[in-house]
Design a protein around this ligand. Structure first.
Ligand code: ATP
Ligand code: MG
Length: 423
């Protein structure tokens, strides 16, 4: 127990952290280009926030939340997704008083869901995401989709499939619910317990149920696209026009309903097509009713959540992961006390000059220091020892070429910079 992380969690070890940092840097860079600014919200929120927003007939709220009572007798939940907290922050920070649209992003925000752990499904995972408040036109739906695809493409994901759908607004959904209930009524006894409950309260959710019996029951069910009101149909048409203008390929897939209740109109998924099968890396949609539902002034919104661990999986499977950066530009090897003192100040000077460097801290012999420098892949080794040291010089060893030359101290940093191709 002591040496085992809880089920469904993962450590990010130093050997692999550069990969996460790389996809975080891409996310920041792209968001910057699109005019989004970072937002950070707490890891936990009042449970009611998720019940009201994600919805209490969803799998996430019914089965997957990490909820506990704190010492002050409040019901607290570790966030299962990013949107609800950001919507709450938008309201609490009165961001609706600022010029709209308000465009925000978050990077590697931890999310918690009590799920059955398997490849790409964890209990603590991380999401990159964006949220836009106060933009009604479908052009922003296209922008949100384009931004997600931009991030994934820059991360090296090649075979990306975009599926879009519209799940309408409360107006057209009422008519659709009726049609769906009429279709499902004869199959009701065969549905799972949750779906029998959803049938009256939120039949759309049944389309998202993972139970095999329910999946079977919904085959041939009426499609929501045939029930959209004029406003929602117009919005969906406009989105398709914008996507075409951006040259983004997509497929209209009426089976996409998304697992969170706050969605209205546009919903979408980005699926990586891999030799091993499909992997959904990103999902999102519009949530025009959310801010109103939380008690704020009616404000439309749209966003996405992107699974960071899934993105890393895709990179690996597509062999698109960047190479590990080297730990040091130069490693300083020393022999004797004088050399060590000089070495310490040299390392400080190298770092000041923007070169990553270190010296031995493990009291190793000179030979063992070379071995270590080789093992960690330092391209250059600076040797401080014997006659050269007395002369005010060092030996500079090029580890790849195995060549060595004597360099006076004052020329060491410019020489190293030149060799490393730095300014
Ligand atoms: P799925 O259908 O795979 O359960 P979801 O619809 O529950 O996904 P969202 O709530 O839309 O997922 O979350 C957005 C993204 O977060 C997903 O596309 C996925 O990449 C990632 N994600 C969701 N749940 C997990 C999890 N348990 N472990 C790792 N990543 C996850
Ligand atoms: Mg899920």
């Amino acid at each position: 127990m002591l040496t085992q992380a809880p089920k469904g969690t993962q450590d990010l070890l130093p050997q692999g952290s550069y990969r996460v940092q790389a996809v975080e840097a891409i996310m920041r860079q792209v968001c910057d280009l699109y005019g989004y600014r970072e937002v950070r919200t707490p890891v936990f929120e009042h449970t009611e926030l998720f019940q009201r927003s994600v919805g209490d007939t969803t799998d996430v709220v019914q089965k997957e939340m990490y909820t506990f009572t704190d010492k002050g007798d409040r019901s607290i939940t570790l966030k299962p997704e990013g949107t609800a907290g950001v919507a709450r922050a938008f309201l609490e920070g009165k961001l609706y008083q600022e010029p709209l649209p308000c465009k925000m992003y978050y990077v590697s925000t931890p999310c918690f869901r009590y799920e059955k752990p398997q490849a790409g499904r964890l209990r603590q995972f991380h999401q990159h995401g964006i949220e836009v408040f106060g933009a009604k036109d479908a052009s922003v739906d296209a922008e949100v989709i384009a931004l997600a695809m931009d991030v994934l493409h820059r991360a090296g994901v090649k075979n990306l499939h975009l599926g879009i759908n519209s799940i309408g607004c409360p107006l057209c959904r009422a008519a659709y619910h009726e049609a769906l209930q009429a279709f499902l009524a004869p199959k009701l006894p065969g549905l799972c317990e949750n779906c029998r409950d959803r049938f009256g309260r939120n039949p759309l959710r049944i389309l998202d149920c993972k139970e095999e019996a329910c999946q079977k029951a919904i085959q041939g069910a009426p499609g929501i696209l045939d029930h959209l009101c004029a406003d929602c149909a117009g919005h969906f048409d406009a989105l398709q026009g914008y996507l075409a203008a951006l040259g983004i390929d997509y497929e209209v897939d009426s089976r996409i309903v998304r697992g969170l209740d706050y969605y209205t109109k546009t919903v979408f998924e980005l699926i990586a097509k891999l030799p091993t099968g499909d992997l959904t890396v990103c999902g999102g949609g519009r949530y025009d009713g959310l801010i109103g539902e939380l008690g704020g002034p009616p404000t439309c919104g749209i966003g996405f959540g992107m699974g960071v661990e899934r993105l890393l999986m895709v990179q690996e499977l597509e062999r698109a992961a960047p190479p590990a950066p080297r730990l040091y530009d130069a490693f300083v090897c020393t022999l004797g006390r004088d050399a060590r003192l000089k070495g310490l100040s040299l390392v400080a000077d190298l770092r000041k000059a923007g070169l990553s460097a270190d010296l031995d801290h493990a009291a190793r012999s000179l030979k063992a220091q070379f071995k270590y420098a080789d093992k960690i892949g330092a391209p250059y080794v600076v040797v401080l020892a014997g006659d050269e040291l007395a002369k005010g010089a060092a030996k500079l060893r090029d580890m790849a070429g195995s060549s060595e030359e004597e360099v006076p101290f004052e020329h060491l940093i410019p020489t190293l910079k030149e060799r490393l191709g730095r300014d």
